[in-house]
Ligand binder design. Sequence first.
Ligand code: N01
Length: 545
Amino acid sequence: MTTQSIITPARDAAPHAFDAIIIGAGFSGLYQLHKLRDELGLNVRVLEKGAGVGGTWFWNRYPGARCDSESYYYCYSFNKEIEQEWSWSERYPEHTEIRKYLNFVSDRLDLRRDIQLDTEVKSAAFDDASNTWKVETVGGETFLTRFLITAVGCLSAANVPKFEGLENFKGAWYHTGNWPHEGVDFAGKRVGQIGTGSTGIQLAPMLAGRSQHLTIFQRTANYSIPARNRTVTPEEVDLTRKNYDDVWRRARSGTNGHPFTMSTRSAVSVTDEERRTIYEKAWERGGLRFRASFKDILENARANETASDFIREKIADVVKDPALLEKLTPRDHGFATKRPPIDSGYFETFNRDNVSLVDLKAEPIVEVTEKGIRTTKQEYELDIIVFATGFDAFTGPLLRLNLTGSNGYALKQAWAAGPRTYLGLQTPKFPNLFTITGPGSPSVLCNMPIAIEQHVDWITTCIRDMRAKGLTRIEAEPAAAEQWVEQVNAAANATLLPMASSSWYLGANVPGKPRVFMPYAGGFARYTDICNDVTKSDYRGFTRS
Ligand code: N01
């Protein structure tokens, strides 16, 4: 695998001028570079903080890190040759394989020559007189560009809770989203894991198997569906390759960008026996598809309760100790109202002698000490603390870019009460700035590569149309953004998603963050139609000049 950029950052003071600067070299940035450079013929540069391509997957290397979407559709759909040349080895790709894939795509499309690695953007400011952005990097370089496109991911700003005393801890600590590339040796160590979201649930069985003792600090008990990961057979690879057109057609026509169809039946319209048979089958098959067992699991509280009850029973089948079972049983939110994890032996982990659970609802963390973690009840001595505490989702990665729009207006000001975008693509007063899978887009509620491709395609068409007309400035109108925020709220309120009060969809996991439901929950196909309609109506809601 090649991992090096061929561009060595030039450290001279003269600004470099481009048609477009893309920030980030993950799924979004790579595809956006290809579209703008190879289809529109623009002069483009990608600025990437990491030392390799991969974006979120460059940093997420914790043991057990793998994608929850299935490999055959967690990939690009825009290039038939890549589709036919690449083979996935497992049902859910591990982080190493996803990076290998993105490196393969980078080489296949000759992308590296326009990607500048090890380059962190410090700030960017819009100049109204020239309709250009001036981008400054931590390394002291300056770039001028007509279009600035953020491809920084939704879940890339690590959330490390500000526990008192962390600086005094004599052991080592890590956040899963910023994992040491050389790995961590857990042998013989007493390990504390904070967090039981998708990451923590993937991680716990791996840590339990590698450490002397694992203490899991749980704030909210979670549901999880078995992943049932396995290797993919050559026959399956061949079959998928033959059927890719159909896979992508189904993925684009659905709610979540996954190529499986949602059941048309209600969970409360069938008999108890029928319902159980359907859930059992979905449980055996495993994976996020469980959500599609009935059409109304996320719409009707009674329907949701049937799924929640079923999973609670499954947890009870596994966890032997009744006191432990009670702590591990989720009761304060319905299944899938927070992003549901999938697992490989998570609940089984608690039957091991070297694993214990601390219920932070009963004994909150008071501080990190020199020796470990002290709760209101006792001190837990640890050698290593692992924060599986998630991300400052959506807004975190964008706000840390220090963006200043028209007339010196800062994004921090614009989003002080929560993000306000038009279609998740643009923010009023930030002309010529596009946010791939920004707040207000379906993104995290979807299979990400499909959501990314739709955004990149839309942005590319928009830029192409502007250039064809000799236009140099595009800006979302405030009224259009207001209406879109209302639509995002209405779409969320039509579901049970806002019911989970500690969800990162709402920004509730980061203390002090405004509580705003951030992704668009109206469905991927509907969202695509809305975007296409905006294009056809000569970019309704945008002012262009
Ligand atoms: O983060 P999370 P994640 N004290 O925010 C707890 C994607 N993903 O990294 O629930 C104590 O879901 C927090 O508790 P609570 C996927 O979209 C994808 O697990 O807020 N605990 C929770 O248990 C996923 O949803 C893959 O009460 C604290 C945990 O930390 C998203 O990333 C794989 C705390 C955080 O859970 C984020 O998942 C993995 C505190 N101060 C993840 N603060 C793929 O397959 C937080 N917690 C692609």
